[in-house]
Design a protein around this ligand. Structure first.
Ligand SMILES: Nc1ncnc2c1ncn2[C@@H]1O[C@H](COP(=O)(O)OP(=O)(O)OP(=O)(O)O)[C@@H](O)[C@H]1O
Length: 316
């Protein structure tokens, strides 16, 4: 088990500064400046192509940035030493393991490599999969392979665990087991977990911090509850005029459903009702929204194919 280091102000395990990654004419990361504090589960979300996997590749030193910097465990990510790499776990959605090896052989190898190895953590995840230790990796289903690679990553006792869509392909029970193990690792072992997912129910359940990327830039970072608390759904009877409505400050998403106009608004208080009334709304209701809807509204604003791209709000 890792001995968690004390959490001091400014104790960031990850810090990027104007981090930029460019592919032929395309910016995967665009002057991204963000931090990840020690401890807790940090969820990175964003539309397809927002730069999540690119960020992870740069943080892990698999890819050199075009400009800017990324520091991981206090070291430039391009110069991570083997000792520092040993403190970082990584799992991607392909769950790449040597196909020719047996499950027990992979396990024995990893047990030897990682001094903080925990059999208890390993079996806590793996016992939920109906696996024979003598099975070869090549014989495993996708979900079973995911189970093995996630169990291995958690058992390594990493100080920092980076997971790229780790639960893709897991059935609902396996997903629950894995998420519980993730929370245990964070809570009991002090691991800092950075992971990306498109599944908001999952994030709502486990994440302490929400990091939203859009086109390689930081759009928002806060606790998920704080993010949702700043969102409101207004429902007005009738169809309000879309161009005027879209021009109002804070408007993220407009939908017309069953003769009503639904407007998701960020950081606007009660006074927003007055603005809606000026556009002709007479019967109005407002309500809080959950994380799924809130993230959806934030991202749909500038999503490719959006009916009305709205002005970009500044990150909080
Ligand atoms: N090797 C590459 N060559 C050219 N462009 C690339 C390369 N890798 C990524 N990109 C581009 O960089 C952008 C960010 O890709 P990235 O894989 O980081 O997105 P993502 O947020 O992980 O997306 P998804 O949710 O779909 O997995 C995309 O527009 C992608 O097309």
């Amino acid at each position: 088990m890792n001995v968690p280091l004390p959490l001091a102000a400014g104790d960031n395990l990850i810090a990027t500064d104007a981090l930029t990654l460019q592919f032929k004419g395309k910016l995967a990361l665009d002057h991204l400046t963000m931090t990840v504090a020690r401890g807790g589960i940090h969820a990175v979300v964003g539309a397809n192509g927002a730069g999540k996997s690119s960020l992870f590749r740069v943080l892990l030193g698999f890819q050199a940035a075009t400009s800017g910097s990324a520091r991981v465990l206090g070291c430039d990510s391009e110069h991570l030493t083997p000792a520092l790499r040993g403190r970082i776990g990584f799992v991607n959605d392909e769950h790449t393991l040597p196909p020719w090896m047996r499950v027990d052989e992979v396990t024995a190898l990893q047990r030897k490599l990682y001094p903080a190895w925990s059999d208890q953590r390993y079996h806590a995840v793996l016992r939920h999969f109906n696996l024979q230790p003598a099975h070869r990796v090549a014989e495993l289903s996708r979900g079973e392979r995911a189970g093995v690679s996630l169990a291995l990553a958690l058992a390594q006792g990493p100080e920092l665990l980076i997971l790229d869509e780790p639960t893709l392909g897991l059935d609902v029970v396996a997903k629950r087991v894995f998420l519980t193990a993730l929370m245990d690792s964070s809570y009991h072992d002090g691991a800092t977990i950075l992971y990306c997912s498109h599944q908001m129910d999952e994030i709502e359940r486990v994440a302490d911090q929400l990091i939203i990327l859009e086109r390689g830039r930081l759009l928002h970072a806060s606790a998920p509850d704080d993010f949702c608390a700043r969102m409101r759904l207004w429902v007005a009877e009738g169809e309000l005029r879309a161009p005027d409505l879209a021009a109002l400050p804070g408007v993220l998403q407009i939908e017309h459903i069953d003769g009503c106009t639904h407007v998701v608004v960020f950081d606007e208080g009660e006074h927003f009702a007055t603005r809606l009334r000026r556009l002709g709304a007479d019967s109005l209701h407002q309500m809080p929204i959950g994380l799924d809807r809130a993230v959806n509204a934030m991202l749909s604003r500038n999503h490719a194919g959006s009916a009305f791209p709205l002005p970009v709000a500044q990150p909080a």
